[in-house]
Design a protein around this ligand. Structure first.
Ligand SMILES: NC(=O)c1ccc[n+]([C@@H]2O[C@H](COP(=O)([O-])OP(=O)(O)OC[C@H]3O[C@@H](n4cnc5c(N)ncnc54)[C@H](O)[C@@H]3O)[C@@H](O)[C@H]2O)c1
Ligand SMILES: O=P([O-])([O-])O[C@@H]1[C@@H](O)[C@H](O)[C@@H](O)[C@H](O)[C@@H]1O
Length: 530
């Protein structure tokens, strides 16, 4: 049985209050002492020695959610225009007539806005699940101030019509507000995106140098922040997929190198490199929603020097999201996936840009590496270096527009060398699946700017590491701090995010054991009595 907390419009989400001597609530902060348990493993020849570890943290979260701005690079694109329109529709509860009658706006598909977390159970066995965004004070998308840049100058009303993602009636109702929004001119270096995008580029900066481009973007961010009196600005790339840049000494291996490469106007510095640098220098978190390698070592070092969050790469919205669930299920079940044929066709401008080999290659990389961790976790099935055959195909078929058709075939070896084939057809409404992730990326990033921690070894408050790997759930190719394992399995990523939020209010992670229903549960003890 599970109680339903209504999150109907106008109803507040439940107020979570943790009753523990280890959690303190003040006007400004929630401060929680947390015992982090971690098994330390040591492999000695054929012996695996495991030592249960206990690590004391104190997390502190600022309760005041600041006024949050979102600056989208690619504001006029399918994702950019759709998220802007959807926020307006939700904020003003704009309903519209669809094929099936009156339709209401929602944030379905967003982890932070439409998922729940199991807190535990009551004494009479009632399971209590609460909205994800009720655990800690979080920004609400309705309150986002949205702006940004685009190499195309269409206003957002024309852009949503061009995208044709949202229903016509809704677009018409939102037109008066949307047409007031026009993207700021952006950086356009033709070599980085497909040549077929050239006819879109009518709203480009012409400062004459990459250094001046950097200075202009920095001033755009400054001006946006001050004009709207913002506490936090998150800059997010949802512009076209760029080709990969070279990564080499002297170019972008260190913060100084990449700053010098900008000054020296080097060809290999991409528009997205410049946006990332500008954001970091303005103290604004930068998120890469596309697959290109914007976050080169020099940009990462710059974020570490300035202690500014960065995250990426490539929204995990449909076909890859399904892959990161199916592969986890199959391999965890001891089923050896030996071939994955991953094809899709789409007809939006993203698909048009990906029709060019260099841009497709960026996407192929992010879509292919997603199985690596799941293969690596089962050496019974896969020998050292063994991988499933895995092909990724993307074709551009204008007729289908944003309604991407994904066709996947998983061929696996099963018991006694039988073979099993799973075929899936998944109509991924690309922008309607990706834009809730933009909300989650911004909400989680803004929250992380308000969380500090200290430990028994380091008594000074510090923030999480600048490479924000807690965002992995939303991303195909998660960027992680050096030396960190890359986790792509979707449920592990979701548990990671959920349990970090639970830890920030001093709660235990949900381990699914439900011993209370399998044994006679003993009374609770304090940690000291353990
Ligand atoms: N399901 C999804 O939609 C999904 C999933 C994962 C990743 N992505 C990535 O998100 C990005 C956007 O997807 P989309 O469907 O909105 O694409 P889109 O082509 O509709 O929008 C991209 C926008 O970026 C603009 N642009 C290109 N270069 C720019 C620059 N240098 N500065 C500013 N604007 C620039 C274009 O004019 C366009 O309006 C793509 O890179 C895509 O690969 C999308
Ligand atoms: O997230 P996902 O559905 O696996 O991947 C999608 C690709 O299949 C699609 O071809 C591309 O246009 C989108 O940008 C997105 O990356």
């Amino acid at each position: 049985m599970s109680r339903r907390f209504s999150t109907e419009k106008g109803m507040d989400v439940p107020n979570i209050e943790v009753d523990s001597e280890n959690v303190e609530y003040t006007e400004e902060h929630i401060t929680a002492k947390y015992l982090y348990t971690k098994n330390q493993v040591k492999v000695e020849e054929n012996t695996v020695k495991v030592t249960p570890g206990f690590h004391k943290y104190t997390f502190q979260t600022e309760r005041k959610v600041g006024k949050t701005g979102v600056m989208l690079i690619g504001l006029g694109g399918n994702n950019g225009s759709t998220i802007t329109a959807a926020i307006l529709a939700n904020k003003h509860n704009v309903c519209w007539n669809g094929r099936t009658g009156k339709l209401e706006p929602n944030y379905f598909g967003s982890l932070t806005q439409a998922s729940t977390i199991r807190l535990g159970s009551t004494n009479d066995g009632e399971e209590i699940h609460v909205p994800f965004n009720s655990l800690l004070p979080m920004a609400h998308p309705n309150d986002f101030v949205v702006g940004g840049w685009d190499i195309n100058g269409a206003n957002l009303a024309d852009a949503t019509d061009r995208a044709a993602v949202l229903d016509y009636d809704l677009r018409q109702k939102l037109r008066p507000e949307l047409e007031k929004i026009t993207p700021m001119p952006s950086i356009y270096y033709p070599d980085f995106i497909a040549a077929n995008q050239a006819d879109r580029a009518d709203n480009v900066l012409s400062t004459g140098s990459k250094q001046k481009d950097l200075e202009k973007i920095r001033s755009d961010i400054k001006e946006f922040k001050s004009k709207h009196d913002l506490d936090t600005v998150v800059v997010l790339w949802t512009a076209n997929t760029e080709r990969f840049t070279d990564v080499e000494p002297g170019l972008n291996m260190t913060a100084d190198e990449i700053l010098n490469s900008v000054k020296e106007n080097k060809d290999e510095v991409s528009p997205s490199n410049i946006f990332a640098i500008a954001s970091i220098l303005e103290g604004c978190p930068y998120i890469n929603g596309s697959p290109q390698n914007t976050l080169v070592p020099g940009v990462i070092e710059l974020s570490e020097k300035h202690n500014v969050f960065i995250g990426g790469d490539d929204f995990k919205s449909g076909q890859t999201k399904m892959k990161s669930v199916l592969m986890d299920f199959l391999v965890s079940a001891g089923i050896k996936v030996e071939a994955i044929a991953s094809y899709n066709h789409l007809g939006n401008n993203d698909g048009k840009n990906l029709d060019a080999p260099a841009q497709f290659r960026s996407k192929e990389i992010s879509k292919s590496n997603v199985v690596d961790d799941m293969v690596a976790m089962n050496s019974i099935l896969y020998k050292e270096g063994e991988h499933p055959d895995h092909v990724v195909v993307i074709k551009y078929i204008p007729t289908v527009g944003d309604s991407k058709r994904a066709l996947d075939e998983y061929t696996s070896r099963i018991f006694m060398n039988g073979m099993n084939t799973i075929v899936m057809h998944n109509t991924c409404e690309d922008s309607l699946l990706a834009t809730p992730l933009i909300i989650d990326l911004v909400c989680m990033t803004e929250l992380m700017t308000r969380i500090k921690y200290k430990t028994s070894d380091s008594p000074d408050w510090q923030s999480f590491k600048p490479v924000l790997s807690v965002l992995s759930y939303m991303l195909k190719a998660p960027l992680v701090p050096k030396g960190t394992p890359v986790v792509n399995a979707l449920m592990k990523q979701q548990r990671c995010a959920t349990n970090i939020l639970m830890a920030c209010i001093g709660l235990n992670p949900d381990h699914d054991m439900l011993l209370e229903h399998k044994t006679n549960l003993p009374g609770t003890v304090s940690r000291e009595e353990l």
